[in-house]
Design a protein around this ligand. Structure first.
Ligand SMILES: Nc1ncnc2c1ncn2[C@@H]1O[C@H](COP(=O)(O)OP(=O)(O)O)[C@@H](O)[C@H]1O
Ligand SMILES: [Mg+2]
Length: 475
């Protein structure tokens, strides 16, 4: 069975995906804004630091630059100790050339433009460092040097890492909690009531039309439940109406065919009497014979309709079944049929074997079924042979009726067994019939637990095979 991706799974996937995206977006945004703010305030802080450190550092440098570096270093260290984000201080002239340097190995080399500026210049070095180039103005207004402070973000990065870890842990916990809560809510208010309605609908669709869906919610799902109930009621009403109509139809068919048969039997009786008196002129006799033939046809039709309405009624008609010898039955059918075949100058043979072949059956029905098939063979065969054969095969009796007649086209074969279907390929024969014979035959065979099959080739002939289950004792 193919795995089913049900509503429950879809909802879980949706909640997980949606909330994950939401939490990821919020976390990313928070971390970015915080980082930016922290960096901004660090730079501001460093700028204030530079504002107050530049003058004393510059003064010390100018005073001691020719006599030794110790005092300058001491002065710079004194200030650097005050701010641990500044890890590098460099004094440059206005061409950007290094005059004094305290800190990491190379430091930052500003351009002449940056170092000669009277304004504070910020130089961003990739993502990790910002350099503040602060002009040093001497007491008498000269600007010969600038001081470069390098601000490191290391301290911020550590707190951002801490923040990120915190947010990830919190977000994961919140995500798990939200998924649980949303699942609980969706399950309680949607999935469970929907499941209830859907199971009831499935039950109803299986024919349990009396079932009522209990409306669990007073919302759209409740409406759905109500609609399912209304639908089931409507279906039940329709089905009952159809059953009534069907019963009426069957009854009508029964009455109509019965009422046709009764007067027909009387007419045929009088006709037979008239024909057997022998005091008729040849013209009258011929006319009466035509009337008798037409009456016969009408009688057969009425008989067929009666049979159909009885068979469609099911078991009660076919109830009187008993084990009978199929061999004997076929033998008697063959005797009756031989005369008809001879009349049409066809060769008829029956290979019935000798053994008794016991089948539980309603003999008159099985006889009628086989007679229908032989009748077709006779009707649709102009010349050649008709064969009736009985064999046994495992637990089945197999009867085949084959002819060398008109045959049936392949697209015609599946339609043969429908009620009142008459083949088109045999139209040229101008045969009599109503197209009900094979339908009745199939009904009879199937009600006996048997199978019917037609093999045919247009222009070559037809073979109909019947299989009827043998009584267990004769298998
Ligand atoms: N032995 C056969 N040879 C050729 N066609 C056949 C044969 N048996 C049945 N058919 C086709 O099947 C159709 C249905 O047969 P059936 O139900 O007995 O109706 P009917 O005999 O009244 O026409 C026939 O009209 C005919 O076209
Ligand atoms: Mg027929």
């Amino acid at each position: 069975m193919k795995a089913r991706f049900g509503l429950r799974a879809k909802f879980i996937a949706l909640i997980v995906a949606g909330l994950t995206v939401l939490f990821a977006a919020i976390a990313t945004y928070t971390i970015r804004i915080t980082t930016e703010n922290l960096r901004k305030s660090l730079v501001n802080e460093s700028k204030s630091f530079a504002a107050f450190a530049t003058k004393p550092i510059g003064d010390t440098f100018v005073l001691y630059k020719d006599s030794g570096t110790i005092r300058i270093e001491q002065q710079i260290d004194k200030f650097a100790d005050l701010n641990n984000s500044i890890n590098d201080i460099k004094i440059v002239d206005i061409e950007g050339k290094k005059q004094f340097h305290r800190g990491s190995e190379n430091g930052f080399d500003p351009t002449p433009e940056q170092s000669s500026s009277f304004e504070v210049v910020y130089a961003y070095d990739g993502a990790d460092l910002t350099h503040i180039i602060y002009p040093y103005i001497e007491d008498f207004g000269a600007h010969r040097y600038s001081i470069v402070y390098t601000v490191s973000y290391d301290a911020i990065d550590a707190s951002i890492r801490q923040l990120t870890t915190g947010i990830v842990i919190l977000a994961t916990a919140a995500l798990a909690a939200s998924i649980l809560v949303s699942y609980f809510v969706i399950n309680k208010f949607f999935l469970k009531p929907l499941g209830l309605v859907s199971r009831a609908a499935i039950n109803i669709s299986r024919g349990n039309l009396g079932l009522k869906v209990e409306s669990p919610n007073n919302d759209e799902i409740g409406d759905l439940a109500k609609s399912v109930n209304t639908m089931a009621d409507a279906l039940k009403a329709d089905i009952n109406k159809l059953k009534e109509v069907d019963a009426m139809k069957s009854e009508f068919m029964m009455i109509a065919s019965h009422n046709l048969r009764t007067p027909l039997t009387a007419i045929q009786g009088y006709l037979d009497n008239l024909l057997s008196t022998g005091q008729l002129s040849p013209e009258v006799r011929e006319t009466l014979q035509v009337v008798a033939a037409s009456g016969n046809r009408l009688n057969t039709f009425a008989e067929d309709i009666l049979t159909v309405s009885r068979l469609e009624g099911g078991e009660k008609v076919m109830g009187e079944r008993s084990p009978a010898d199929l061999n004997k039955l076929l033998d008697s059918v063959a005797k009756d049929f031989t005369a008809l075949a001879k009349e049409k100058k066809l060769v008829f043979s029956a290979d019935l074997g000798v053994n008794a072949c016991m089948v539980v059956m309603s003999a008159p029905h099985v006889r009628a079924a086989i007679w229908n098939l032989l009748d077709n063979a006779l009707k649709f065969t102009k010349q050649g042979t008709i064969n009736l054969r009985l064999q046994t095969e495992a637990q089945y009796a197999r009867i085949t009726i084959s002819d060398t007649g008109a045959g049936i086209s392949p697209e015609e074969i599946p339609k043969l067994f429908t009620k009142f279907h008459r083949g088109t390929s045999t139209m040229e024969y101008n045969y009599e019939g109503t197209g009900i014979g094979l339908y009745i035959t199939k009904l009879i065979i199937e009600q006996h637990g048997g199978i019917i099959k037609v093999d045919s080739k247009l222009g070559t002939g037809t073979t109909v095979t019947l299989r009827l289950p043998l009584t267990p004792s004769s298998v």
